[in-house]
Design a protein. Structure first.
Length: 328
């Protein structure tokens, strides 16, 4: 018996993200030939709150996704959960970070992006199944200190983008696309006790994203990033409980096309309460500003952030990022 042709109802915004993984708008700082644009989505509330200007920052497990050199001088073990909610997807990252002096720091991460279940209906509109688009990413990171001032790091990533189906799926195409990528990073403290730190990273160097049984493959969104972080030390001379860090990054493709800038600030009270703000140029989601809040209570650290503008906010979906870290 021949089954009636089913239909998949996918909202426009979700379809833009799912099918647009190989392309982006002119304001998204990417090439039209790039694939796997989910690799450019930010991870972690500290990172988002500072406008993603974190190449020269040391943010614990969050540094894995911006500059792996940021974990090289990690002093405490860390278990972290990073959650995000945007129009693009719901993201969850779990990371275990372990410093092993004098060798360096090691980390393992699992990143799951759920683009939302899409309903399949028959010609009469009755639900008969679900399409399940997801991205799975597994990462291993190593960072090491070289001398007093130089830190180096590398992250290997194995990623898979897949569309599965449950229910009556005879007329629904399912597929998977896989690739591997490597991130390299370095940080340099300008002199002993100097308030300036420089950072550089090359992200997403790897094989093209290949869909099973299809000839076409899209290159990964390789990015070059340079950054500087500055501790505003004179504030502490007048108000000992207050600290302020400023950061700035420049991001470009591997051919140095279409460079963009990011700016961020982190205001700290008694090293436990954080107020963050940032400006983002050419974000993947189209956001242009961010704010964040952080609170550290002993071993437990909580951070929350959101962005303003862009695809998520235009669609009525407030972009929110929450991180919970436990150090020991």
């Amino acid at each position: 018996m021949r089954l009636p042709r089913s239909r998949v109802r996918i909202p426009f915004a979700a379809r833009f993200i799912i099918l647009g993984l190989a392309a982006t708008s002119a304001g998204a700082q990417g090439s039209s030939s790039d694939g796997a644009l989910f690799l450019l989505l930010p991870v972690g509330a500290q990172t988002v709150g500072m406008g993603q200007a974190t190449v020269a920052e040391r943010l614990g497990s969050e540094s894995i996704w911006s500059n792996p050199a940021g974990v090289a001088r990690q002093e405490k073990r860390e278990v972290a959960i990073h959650h995000s909610e945007t129009i693009a997807a719901r993201g969850d990252v779990i990371t275990v970070l372990v410093p092993r002096r004098p060798l360096g720091s090691f980390a393992l991460s699992v990143h799951v992006l759920d683009f939302g279940n899409q309903q399949i209906t028959d010609p009469g509109g009755t639900p008969i199944g679900l399409v399940l688009p997801r991205n799975l990413l597994f990462a291993g990171t190593f960072g090491a200190a070289v001398g007093k001032w130089l830190s180096l790091g590398v992250t290997y990533k194995r990623l898979q983008y897949r569309v599965d189906c449950s229910g009556q799926c005879a007329n629904v195409s399912t597929f998977s696309a896989t690739s591997s990528a490597v991130d390299f990073g370095a940080q340099y403290d300008v002199g002993s006790g100097a308030p300036i730190r420089l950072g550089a990273a090359v992200r997403n160097i790897g094989t093209k994203l290949q869909i099973n049984d299809r000839e076409q493959a899209d290159p990964l969104p390789t990015r070059l990033e340079l950054g500087v972080s500055y501790q505003v030390s004179f504030i502490e001379k007048y108000v000992s409980d207050i600290g302020l860090r400023l950061a700035g990054d420049v991001v470009a493709t591997e051919t140095a096309d279409d460079p963009s800038a990011r700016l961020g600030a982190d205001l700290t009270y008694q090293k436990t309460v954080h107020l963050r703000g940032g400006y983002i140029a050419n974000d993947t989601d189209g956001a242009n500003a961010a704010i964040g809040f952080g609170l550290g209570t002993g071993r437990l650290i909580f951070d929350i952030a959101r962005t303003f503008g862009g695809l998520s906010e235009d669609a009525g979906k407030t972009p929110a990022y929450v991180s919970l870290r436990f150090t020991f």
